[in-house]
Design a protein around this ligand. Sequence first.
Ligand code: OXD
Ligand code: MN
Length: 592
Amino acid sequence: MTNNKTVLNWIKEMTDLLNPDRVVWIDGSEKQLEALRFEAVSTGEMEKLNEEKLPGCYLHRTKPNDVARVEDRTFICTKDEDTAGPTNNWMAPEKAYDMLYNIARGTYSGRTMYIIPFSMGPIGSPLAKIGIEITDSIYVVLNMAIMTRIGKEVMEVLGDSNDWVRGLHCKCDVDPEKRYICHFPEDNAIISVNSAYGGNVLLGKKCFALRIASYQGWKEGWMAEHMLILGLENPKGEVKYIAAAFPSACGKTNLAMLIPPEYLKKKGYKIWTVGDDIAWMRIGKDGRLYAINPENGFFGVAPGTNEKSNYNALQSATRNTIFTNVAHNLEDNTVWWEGLNKDLPQNAIDWTGKPWDASKFDKSDKSTCAAHPNSRFTAPAKNCPCISPEFENVEGVPISAIVFGGRRAKLAPLVYQSKDWNNGVFVGSSMASETTAAAAGAVGVVRRDPMAMLPFCGYHMGDYFKHWIEIGQKLGDKAPKIFNVNWFRLDDEGNFIWPGFGDNMRVLNWIIDRCEGKVEAKETAIGYVPHAKDIDLSNLDFDINTLETILDVDKQAWIKEAEEITEHYKKFGDRLPAELKKQLETLKSKLV
Ligand code: OXD
Ligand code: MN
């Protein structure tokens, strides 16, 4: 498929190491993929679902010990430990290669080695990058075929270039004790062994598009961010783009695919989804920041997804989708998960492959669930009813606003705008979310997750903050405006105050109005907060006085927050940019 010497040499080296029985290049053709689906079904790796109700859909179960990303076994392997920084696990590259090659040696014997050329971003886009993943898993091939652009065309675009990422995946024995997800940003390489679960093995996603790409972006002057991208269309047909970062469990996919309230829909407002997880952003010829979604599909969490919470995601997963670790509804050979609907299947197999007893189901006890809480659907982006017409635009879309957010029961107002770019970087760098009852561990614990990149930044986070500051300097007055949102304020009884979901559109409209200079705001110690009257509450049973309560800036609470940020910043030592220290000092001085 290629004469590229750097590629051929690596394939030869890997073939010698792994000793496969067969080597198959994935050309991207439907014929080849269909043959692989057939093979996976015949070996039991996947089950074919009801062709009428879920055409082209399959179910796969992973081993119960292999159901999520494994951050404690994820490493950044740079020559110098300091390059990886205090927020990453580090291993010396020679030691890591040695250990991983010893684990991988000979493990493809009796198996087929699949070589998947893939493009992150539209093929040929100046913002796109190429990778090649070697795997011994058909499940990986078929997921990569949904999540990325794959095949021959990618190799044609690569030509003789050495600018591509080497991704090696070996299932081995799926042994959690020998599971490693290692990144070598200085070599453009990723090695993942002993897992067969999505986030650990679909190497285009978190491994390449965030960890390796964030490092590349740092070296090459662009940004790889854990952000959704959406287009907001107003009644005049003008579309403005927003990129937004949230820690997990804050509704990123829901926001990316938001359906405006009826009243705004009637007026002509629409949301277009460009991406739900990752944004690659570069300064364009006109000096503005442009973003692409490097992915080609959604790897969404199934539980909780339903007609009401995310109609568009559910629609996306109605055809040509792979479901992982959801329940198998044997009544009609479809799938089910907690929160899909109230019709508990009476004849179902749970995510571990055992018959499921609906009568024992107790929402609050995970062990009685039919689907794993991190069960997923891998769905083609083009299935999404609100996929943006600009999704394939090789130049990307111009970003007007960057939004950060988290889950804060009391502290952060519904929305505020940072004072300028550096102040926005400060907001992102101190971003945090409180743990919920849904996660293991204590409730209400504040976790700092700068720019939602804590598990995904492939280098020292202090340098990453500095990179943000420098991008802002280059953008100057063309920089997107930076905001913070918090949909999760609680009242004294623990109920959410703001309705959220589609009504978040009302907040997005304020954000765009601010970008266009159409609306005034109140200057506070933390930034610009809306005047309550400027958030459109029409056709909503929500009182303006209640709105006031979630737009407040409680000085005492913020004094405590500033102390906590001081602690958080200590981690970054002398790599914390002076600009951010200054931001923190300024905040403190405004709070006295
Ligand atoms: C994801 C994550 O799976 O952020 O997207 O964990
Ligand atoms: Mn994510």
